[in-house]
Design a protein around this ligand. Structure first.
Ligand code: NAD
Length: 260
């Protein structure tokens, strides 16, 4: 079903985005990989993805905080592949600080990348999805799209917003054979979380291992990380025929985090 489909995954040079790209590569989709790194620095990743798919692999370096770079990325995808059939809005960054000292530019960047970029990519991709009478949009939100944590004002606001945006897109496209859903991961061991573990270890004088256990103990009852591939498999499910009538929903993969 995904063979020859064009799949754009934002922020796909590492972590969850890269695992999603690998999942779709095994389905022989055409991949549009995005990140902020110059193409030369991702050549190993791109080669590995090319080895896994019979489809094409296109890399677009674009800083999705900038609307003009989002537009160039989508234009490049359209000119090289004709359409974006599956859009996975995954790119985001984190910043941890009490609100009184939360830097304004960090707030702006996280809202731009974690929320506004999904608005812009969806707006640009939807006309061709409608034309083709098929499309799938998946927004990678977070457990932080459902519940909050202190010191993560921008991230929590962006992720709650992403779930709201998901519902609106779903309602507006419900009759067009297009679905839009959100996935809400708990802790996944990627660079985004490793940085938080390192900072907590440094702040509290803990070992990395102890800081890891504390991070899990605080939020994730399973005491295990979600695997990046778990999110890839959920994304693939949302593009399968069994999910044709699933739209406007959120899928929580969080080891029990939000059950508390
Ligand atoms: P990551 O740091 O490993 O990867 C982030 C990706 O985004 C990278 O490819 C990076 O190049 C890209 N990126 C960063 N800034 C960018 C920009 N300005 N423009 C374009 N791309 C940019 O992070 P991850 O943990 O894999 O996170 C992926 C998604 O999953 C994010 O939306 C994150 O909020 C969400 N998430 C992660 C966790 C977790 O525990 N890791 C939990 C819940 C949700």
């Amino acid at each position: 079903m995904l063979k020859n489909k064009n799949v754009l995954i934002t922020g796909s040079t590492s972590g969850i985005g890269l695992a999603i790209a690998e999942g779709f590569a095994y389905q022989n989709a055409n991949l549009i990989i995005n990140g902020i790194t110059p193409e030369d620095n991702c050549s190993a990743i791109l080669q590995e993805l090319s080895n896994k798919t019979k489809g094409k692999v296109l890399y677009v370096q674009a800083d999705l905080i900038q609307v003009c770079e989002i537009e160039s990325m989508i234009n490049k995808a359209f000119s090289e592949l004709g359409s974006v059939d599956v859009l996975i809005n995954n790119a985001c960054i984190q910043h941890v600080s009490p609100i009184e000292s939360f830097e304004n530019d960090k707030w702006d960047q996280i809202i731009a990348l974690g929320l506004s970029s999904a608005f812009h990519t969806s707006k640009l991709c939807l006309p061709k999805m409608r034309e083709n009478n098929w499309g799938r949009i998946i927004n990678i939100a977070s457990a932080h799209g459902i519940v909050a944590s202190a010191h993560k004002a921008a991230y929590v606001a962006a992720k709650h917003g992403a779930i709201g945006l998901t519902k609106v897109i779903a309602l507006e496209t419900a009759e067009a054979n297009i679905t839009c859903n959100a996935i809400c991961p708990g802790w996944v061991l990627t660079p985004l979380v490793e940085n938080q573990i390192k900072n907590n270890a440094e702040k509290n004088g803990w070992t990395y291992e102890h800081a890891t256990q504390e991070l899990l103990r605080e939020k994730q009852p399973s005491m295990n990380f979600v695997k990046p591939d778990d999110i890839a498999q959920m994304s693939l499910f949302l593009c399968s025929e069994a999910a044709n009538q699933i739209t406007g929903s959120k899928f929580v993969v969080d080891g029990g985090w939000t059950a508390r």
